[in-house]
Design a protein around this ligand. Sequence first.
Ligand code: COA
Length: 356
Amino acid sequence: MNRSKIAGIGYYVPERVVTNDDLTKVMDTTDEWIQERTGIRERRYGKKHEETTTTMAAAAARIACERAGIQPQEIDFIVFATLSPDYYFPGCGVLLQRELGITSQEAGALDIRNQCSGFVYALSIADQFVKTGMYKNVLVVGSEMHSMGLDFSTRGRNVTVIFGDGAGAVVVQPSDDPNRGILTTKLHSNGTYAEKLAFINPGAHGGYHKQHMDEQVDFGYPPTDTYGEIFITPKMISEGNYYPNMEGQFVFKMAVSKFPEVIHEALKEQGLEASDINMLIPHQANLRISQFVQKTLRLRDDQVWNNIQKYGNTTAASVPIALCEAWEAGKVKDGDLVCLAAFGSGFTWASALIRW
Ligand code: COA
């Protein structure tokens, strides 16, 4: 079997910088609270009505293609990870294909709904397709336009202050060198706590999962048996029940246990140690989570890339943005062992080891 490699990488973040102080103007929060609990100083928001999850993805993808030495027309499969798609359906994969002007190839496109671990899952899918020889140029994208779906009142402050917009993309190709490229990927999930970090409405659940939800939380189940009100009801709209919901401390505890576990799993399979990692790119969920993981793995500061201070949590985009930044800064070099790791809603978590 071939080995696959990341042949080109790019990222895009919108121009508009939103500082913590900017958020204090619309909700009861402080720069001090946000920095102390999350490490975030600012984040980017896309230009409403002009930028979308798809357009940001296209900007990142064009850079990735150029660096991989291919034209977008040469892409033979798209894997798109996002939790903030332009439409409920169809997915962003086909919209990206259209945006890149490559519909004439009619190459396949797949959307991944794995939230913060979405990019690592997407990379793993691309790896399998390239390793088996099915495709030669797979475009893998993580992109999020969170700013369109957040609650900017004080009620939503625990979630809203964390998230930002952006996109990252890579082109996965067969590797010429059998010792270099994607060494392994590890993917896990546990749906037991699906509602602990979730965007419930609109959805077709019709109240079915109530037994899994906190008694105090009313997600605005349809008040009547009327069909057609299942996705979004007047009650949900009047009560504003169409925003993400997160039990922060619970998520935090799960994250700090699952990050090291899935990294060790990948390292052990490859006969490697944490000390062999040249650069760890953790999903940028919270600076405190990344610092905890760094400490657990006994890594030095120069072995871990953090940029949540500038961009907040960009969910599926966070790993490729951070990887691209580290690479552009010359911190990811040929022959380096790079580890990607992510944890998020689902819960889902994943890691990838790459010999660059
Ligand atoms: N500004 C000011 N106060 C805020 C606030 C904000 N933006 N958000 C919440 N608070 C308040 C709460 O209302 C609560 O007040 P109370 O004590 O009067 O009830 C207090 O701060 C503590 O809230 P809590 O949720 O316990 O804070 P925390 O220390 O757990 O920090 C998170 C909250 C969200 C930063 C933290 O739990 C976290 O990062 N969790 C992981 C989240 C994550 O990684 N999500 C993405 C997964 S990939």
